[in-house]
Each structure stands twice: as structure tokens, then as C-alpha cells.
Design a protein. Structure first.
Lengths: 199, 196
């Protein structure tokens, strides 16, 4: 059998070799995808140090569970799911140490968001893409972890409601409600950021 | 408009609404101004988020990052990866998973019985008649259990016992992790609950 050309091998080949216990291909996979995994951890945790720790823990779990990977999805999707689950566990643990968040109370009482006018916010005008990304990032940071998480999972990870519900250990109805208020709140924050920028 | 309908408008835009409801919601959006405005708002937000996330990059070097991951991997898998690479595979591994603790118990039981016999041996020696010479222990033919300094002699006599201790210890310390490393159940934690 030909020796694996690690730097030039496809992810799938590296995974199959690593599944046999070879660590060098796994190291290459870590090199290739560490930024993506870290970025997902950071987008959920909004803390560099915690994101670094969780991303490394995800790679450790990935190695330990590699034999369970069935190649039904891409390796990065699989790794990202591991990272998301670790982030959710981390956030749940952190949340348990806090009192109920204001956002949850608002959701339960019907919410305080008012509808925004369509003309208030048109994301495609005026701003460069990179600027808009920065602004969205700043707005995401201001969301509660429940709202941010549901947005990240739905908008960026393209997860369905039922998948999100399973990951977040809540009902589909809660996911729908959180997503609704998360979008409302994000819009409101973006409008206020726009006003700040204009002043 | 009811909150339920708002959520359904959102679900419709997300492609998550059941087909039988879709027609009604589409009709609502066409004919109700508030519903239309809400749908427009949600579309605008979807469009904004389509642009994606701000890129984030790790500051640590590749080597440093990997070294930390590798160290954690090695710290968490000392037995399955290094100590028992051959013993723990397939059905043999499954069999050994049970045989080792059972064998250990049997060996310990045998050892306990030996201890009983050792306890009685000095009495036999003391009550033996004077004039009977007990030959000194020779390395080639060591006496079996008939020793005064029983601890040391037993260790020399029974090379099995330290191994039994090691197997027994590892088995209990790791909650049965002597089983095959291919068995996902041997992993220390689940993904769903990584807390330690």
C-alpha cells in the first residue's frame, strides 16, 4: 500500500488513516481546520481563552471518537458538531451559575421587541461586506447566549429547528420563539449601531 | 396578529413550515399588511446574515496548538493507546475484559488461602521436634510458604501476585477501560457531556 502523502492528501484519506490509529494524519487535519473550529467556539462563547480551550477539547474528543465517524458528512461538519456540543455544555454550565437572563423573562412574558420598519435597516446599502460583518459581529456579541446560539446554529450552521432543539435540549417551539426574538433584537441592535455610526 | 402566526411566518421563510400550513401563511402575507411587513423584516435580516461571520483566526502557532492537543490526548489515553495495544482487540479483547478481573479475583483468593497456610507454618515449625533440621532455602529450590520473613519470600515465590495487583488496580481505576479502544463506550466522556 502506498504511503500516504499527508500534506497533499484529501481530508477523507487523512481521516481513514487516523482511524487506524495514526496520529500524523490527524495532526494535519488539526492544522487544516483549527481556525474554523476555533472560530465556531469563539462565535458561541465570545471569549478568546474559553474558545481556545474548548476548541482544543473538541480536537481531543474528535480523536477519541474518530472511529465512530462514519463519513456520512464532511469531517469538518462532524468536528464542528463536536465543538458546538462542547460549547453548549460549557454555556449551560455557566448559565446554571447565573440567575435567569432578562431575555428568557422577556420571552416568557411575550417579549418587548417592537417591529422595525423595513426602511430603517437595509443591510445591503452603504456598507462594505467586511464592515457589515464587523457590525453583525458586534451586534451578536450583545445578544444573550440563547439568542446568539440559536442564530449561529440556524443562520451559519444551517441546522434545522429540530436539530437545534436537540442540541439545545429544548422544544422546537422554544427554538422558534428564541429565533424570532433573536432576529428582532439583532435588528434593533444593528439599527442602533447604524445610528451611532451616523452621529 | 397572533404570536403563533408570527412564528409561522418565520418558519415559512425558513422553509420549516408543514406544506398544509404553507398556503395559509402565504395567503396571510399577501393579504395582511402587518404580516407582509413582518415577512419583509425577517427577509432583510436573513439577507444581512447571509454575508456570513467575521473571520476569526487563532494566534497560536500550528506547532504550539497541536502540542497542546497532543498532550491532552496522551494524558487521557495512557492505557488504551500504550499499555495494551495487542490484548484489546475484537472478541479476544472482550473476553479478556472479563477474564482479567475474574482471574485477578481468583489469584487474590488463592493468595489469601496461602496466607492462611503461612500463618500456620510457624506453628508447625515451633512444634516440630528438636533435632529436625530445616534446610536453608536455596535459590534453585525455594521452600513453598515455609519462611519466617513471609513478606519478602512471598513476593519472590509468587511472581503472579504483583501482576494480579496491577491488573486489578488498573481495572478498577479506569472503570473497566481495559476493554478494546475500538469500543466507544470505553471513552472517558460523551460528547454530550464533556464535563469532568
Amino acid at each position: 500500500m502506498a504511503k500516504l502523502d499527508i500534506p497533499n492528501a484529501a481530508d477523507d484519506e487523512l481521516v481513514r488513516s487516523a482511524q487506524k490509529g495514526n496520529m500524523a494524519p490527524y495532526e494535519e487535519l488539526v492544522h487544516r481546520h483549527r481556525d474554523k473550529i476555533y472560530a465556531r467556539a469563539f462565535s458561541m462563547l465570545r471569549n478568546e481563552e474559553e474558545a481556545l480551550d474548548v476548541s482544543q477539547e473538541a480536537w481531543v474528543k474528535g480523536w477519541q471518537r474518530l472511529k465512530q465517524f462514519q463519513h456520512n458528512s464532511s469531517f469538518t461538519t462532524w468536528m464542528t458538531r463536536i465543538c458546538i456540543n462542547l460549547c453548549l455544555d460549557f454555556l449551560r454550565k455557566r448559565q446554571r451559575q447565573q440567575t435567569d437572563s432578562l431575555d428568557q423573562m422577556e420571552e416568557e412574558t411575550g417579549g418587548v421587541e417592537r417591529r422595525m420598519d423595513v426602511e430603517d435597516y437595509n443591510p445591503t446599502e452603504e456598507m462594505e461586506r467586511s464592515e457589515l460583518r464587523k457590525e453583525i459581529d458586534a451586534a451578536m456579541e450583545k445578544l444573550s447566549y440563547e439568542h446568539r446560539t440559536v442564530l449561529v446554529l440556524h443562520e451559519f450552521e444551517r441546522m434545522e429547528y429540530k436539530e437545534i432543539a436537540k442540541s439545545m435540549q429544548c422544544s422546537i417551539g422554544t427554538v422558534m420563539s428564541r429565533l424570532f426574538y433573536a432576529r428582532r433584537r439583532l435588528a434593533k441592535i444593528l439599527i442602533s449601531l447604524k445610528k451611532e455610526r451616523q452621529n | 396578529m397572533k404570536q403563533e402566526d408570527r412564528l409561522k411566518i418565520q418558519a415559512w421563510l425558513d422553509g420549516e413550515l408543514a406544506p398544509q400550513e404553507s398556503a395559509r401563511i402565504a395567503d396571510l402575507i399577501d393579504n395582511d399588511l402587518e404580516a407582509k411587513e413582518l415577512a419583509d423584516d425577517l427577509r432583510a435580516m436573513q439577507k444581512a446574515l447571509e454575508i456570513g461571520e467575521k473571520p476569526v483566526f487563532l494566534e497560536d502557532s500550528r506547532e504550539f496548538y497541536w502540542s497542546q492537543v497532543e498532550r491532552q490526548i496522551e494524558a487521557e489515553e495512557p492505557i488504551t493507546e500504550n499499555s495494551q495495544p495487542e490484548l484489546v482487540s475484537g472478541s479476544l479483547g472482550d473476553a479478556l475484559r472479563w477474564l482479567i478481573p475474574v482471574g485477578s479475583l481468583a489469584a487474590i483468593s488463592a493468595l489469601m488461602l496461602n496466607f492462611d497456610s503461612i500463618d500456620t507454618t510457624p506453628d508447625l515449625l515451633e512444634t516440630s521436634e528438636p533435632g529436625i533440621e530445616i534446610p536453608p532455602p536455596s535459590p534453585a529450590n525455594p521452600p513453598s510458604g515455609r519462611v519466617e520473613s513471609s513478606g519478602t519470600a512471598l513476593e519472590e515465590e509468587s511472581p503472579v501476585s504483583p501482576e494480579v495487583g496491577v491488573f486489578s488496580f488498573e481495572g478498577t481505576q479506569n472503570g473497566g477501560n481495559l476493554s478494546s479502544p475500538e469500543d466507544p463506550n470505553t471513552l472517558p466522556e460523551s460528547i454530550e457531556n464533556p464535563e469532568r
